[in-house]
Ligand binder design. Structure first.
Ligand SMILES: Nc1nc2c(c(=O)[nH]1)N[C@H]1C(S)=C(S)[C@@H](COP(=O)(O)O)O[C@H]1N2
Ligand SMILES: [Mo]
Length: 364
């Protein structure tokens, strides 16, 4: 009898509704979201940053880590961490969001990590522009894409693979794409990619490959599982696909008042309440406007000063809370004129849901 791959179900999992499956609960115990009240920190403390790992966190005992650069290069190289950390360093404040954020709010939903709102965080990432590594190896003229591979490996829908993603040559050579060794001024934590990861500002998180140990220059587009079979928008199951790339415009609100432990419903005292939240958009599109919805009526929020091209922006709104039941919401518009939809745009894999957040509160 044949042994080997027991995960031969290569079909997409059927969409589901209602109660969460034990596998979804298992994934949400391994991965974690930001606590919405900590959106108040300009820079998310590392332990509060959201986390998404497909497979296992590699156990890296010391700094004997190497990055191989090969494929269509003049000089294939193996670089040690010390070599990389001697290259010119930059620190960028970057908001990252998981492309699957909001998946659990789609009906029906794709069985995967059941994010609601919380797969987002902002950190100060220190590393060297990737181009310094690529220039040392020397890209050949026929290179169209660069693939980035992590040290983690597993199965998904029957296909065994190393986590890998690619960028086009132009994007990879941009000054803002970093090979990163520090988060918020400290070495990367194991779960965030220690000792080296990619950070691709403006893009959903899947592009920022953790535990980076191989870079391959390609004369044709990369066809790894996470590139071609996973992060694709599909408005209709089995229908046409479009690659997931930049973060769509979004705003989140810190739920005001105090919560009920189990339901997380809120109790707020009547009178002036300062609502606070964050807004961000990929493609380096600045946030132009945030509106706050009080029972469906929209009001302009006040924006805090921007904190750089790639980080979320704070906003606030003074609400005169009247006793009773209320629904609060928020909606951002970016400089490209993109605004958040009121209802989720359904996607087969649950990607890119930037529908407005709604928070029910009781005012007493
Ligand atoms: N090697 C590797 N890199 C990875 C992943 C992974 O599973 N393996 N997950 C990706 C996804 S989907 C996201 S959203 C971000 C999450 O980064 P964080 O856990 O540091 O927040 O890492 C990306 N990089
Ligand atoms: Mo993600």
């Amino acid at each position: 009898m044949a042994t080997g791959n027991p995960f031969l179900d290569t079909e997409r999992r059927p969409h589901t509704d209602g109660a969460f499956h034990a596998n979804e609960v298992g994934l949400s115990n391994r991965n974690s979201g930001i606590l919405l009240e900590t959106l108040r920190h300009d820079v998310t403390p590392a332990g509060l940053h959201y986390l998404l790992n497909h497979f296992d966190v590699p156990f890296v005992v010391d700094r004997r880590w190497q990055v191989e650069i090969d494929g269509r290069v003049r000089k294939p190289l193996t670089l040690a961490l010390d070599d990389i950390e001697r290259l010119p360093a930059r620190t960028l404040r970057v908001t990252l969001e998981c492309a699957g954020n909001g998946r659990a709010a789609m009906t029906p939903r794709y069985p995967s990590m059941p994010w609601v709102h919380e797969a987002v965080g902002t950190a100060e990432w220190t590393g060297t522009p990737l181009r310094h590594l690529l220039e040392r190896a020397g890209l050949l003229d026929d290179v169209v894409e660069i693939a980035f591979l992590g040290a983690d490996r597993g199965f998904d829908r029957g296909q065994e693979h190393t986590y890998g993603r690619s960028l086009t040559r132009d994007v990879a050579l941009g000054e803002d794409v970093l090979a990163v060794w520090a988060m918020n001024g400290a070495p990367l934590l194991p779960q965030h990619g220690y000792p080296l990861r990619l950070i691709v500002p403006g893009w959903y998180g899947m592009a920022s490959v953790k535990w980076l140990n191989r870079i391959e220059a390609l004369a044709q587009p990369y066809d790894g599982f996470q590139q071609v079979s996973s992060y694709m928008y599909r408005a209709v199951p089995g229908g046409p696909t479009a690659p997931v790339s930049h973060m769509r415009v979004k705003a989140l609100l810190v739920p005001p008042g105090i919560p009920d432990f189990y339901s997380r419903q809120r109790m707020v005292e009547a009178g002036p309440v300062e609502l606070y939240g964050r807004a961000w958009s990929g493609a380096a599109a600045a946030i132009a406007r945030v509106e706050v919805g009080i029972d469906g009526a929209w009001h302009q929020a006040e924006l805090e000063a921007p904190q750089g091209k790639f980080a979320w922006r704070g906003w606030r709104f003074k609400w005169d809370a009247q006793a009773g039941e209320h629904e609060l919401s928020c909606r951002a518009t970016d400089a490209n004129g993109e605004a958040q939809p009121l209802q989720p745009r359904w996607d087969s894999g649950g990607f890119g849901n930037n529908a407005v957040q709604r928070v029910r509160v009781t005012v007493r």
